[in-house]
Design a protein. Structure first.
Length: 298
């Protein structure tokens, strides 16, 4: 089930308390209305009317207090319900209609937007999809490259003897997909990733981000950090307009499936601490140093 954290500001300073209470009550009314009527997919105007404010006011107020928009909250409720149906015996059509959507097309769009996969693919854990993989030498040890026909889906790292564990870790993300070793096919992708001469802004590497809406927002923010720069989790939280979600940002960074390409190594903890890294702190330090050297060569 989806949970939504509302930042209670009832302890605001006396001069601000009445306004904070009004804002808080408006958000609660909006949440109650959406929670009761999401199957009808109400318009933002209807939600705002129930909350006692204008649609524009509600959009900014809801995002400030809840960390996402009213539409995003309604989509999350819809997606959560559809997932429950798909885990059972419901077809994609039945799940779409029971979730208040006009048909499978809208459910497909919702899944692709928030999950980077279709509802059918999600329901079967990637069954029917082919993941090509290969282990390749790189500046940071051994890289595991995983790709679909849509683009790069996974990039992991392994120390000698740990290749099987790295592959098992990545396979858990789409457990029912078919995994085929393809050293030749993935070698070209690995070369594009680690050979800076092949980095072309006009020909970006295609990636497939597999995660929740919040995680994808965090990963997209990581992609905007320039090489040689680093930001704190709190900076990323500010960028995605969820300033109190630093801990959730850290968790999303840790779940990044495409290490290095989506540069989670450029994200630091409070005060610039390196903090944890899924593939090891030493490797994170090596990546930061390697990038510093690349900048020096330019």
């Amino acid at each position: 089930m989806m949970t939504l954290a509302i930042h209670d500001q009832r302890l605001a300073r006396p001069g601000q308390q009445s306004a904070a209470l009004r804002d808080y009550d408006s958000v609660l009314r909006a949440i109650a209305f959406i929670s009761e009527h999401w199957r009808q997919q109400p318009t933002i105007e209807a939600v705002a009317d129930a909350a006692g404010c204008t649609p524009d006011e509600l959009h900014h107020l809801f995002r400030r207090w809840a960390g996402l928009t009213p539409k995003g909250f309604m989509q999350a409720l819809t997606l959560d319900h559809a997932k429950g149906l798909l885990r059972g015996s419901a077809s994609v059509l039945d799940a779409a209609l029971d979730s208040g959507l006009s048909g499978p097309g809208r459910l497909h769009d919702l899944f692709v937007t928030h999950e980077a996969m279709s509802p059918g693919e999600w329901k079967v854990g990637g069954a029917g999809m082919t993941m090509r993989y290969g282990f390749h030498a790189c500046p940071f040890g051994t890289a595991l490259v995983i790709a679909t026909n849509r683009g790069l889906a996974g990039l992991a790292f392994a120390d000698p003897g740990d290749e099987a564990a790295a592959l098992a870790d990545m396979r858990s993300r789409w457990p029912n997909a078919t995994y085929v070793e393809d050293l030749d096919g993935t070698a070209a992708i690995a070369q594009r990733i680690f050979d800076t001469k092949l980095w072309r802004p006009d020909q970006p590497l295609r990636v497939v981000l597999i995660g929740t809406d919040f995680e994808v927002r965090v990963w997209e923010t990581l992609l905007k950090i320039p090489m040689g720069r680093a930001v704190c989790y709190s900076d990323i939280a500010q960028k995605i307009q969820a300033p109190k979600a630093s801990r959730a940002v850290g968790a999303a960074v840790g779940k990044n499936p495409i290490s290095f390409v989506v540069p989670c190594h450029r994200a630091l903890g409070k005060g610039g601490a390196l903090t944890g890294y899924h593939w090891g702190i030493t490797r994170k330090q090596a990546m930061i140093g390697w990038e510093a050297g690349q900048i020096g060569l330019q």
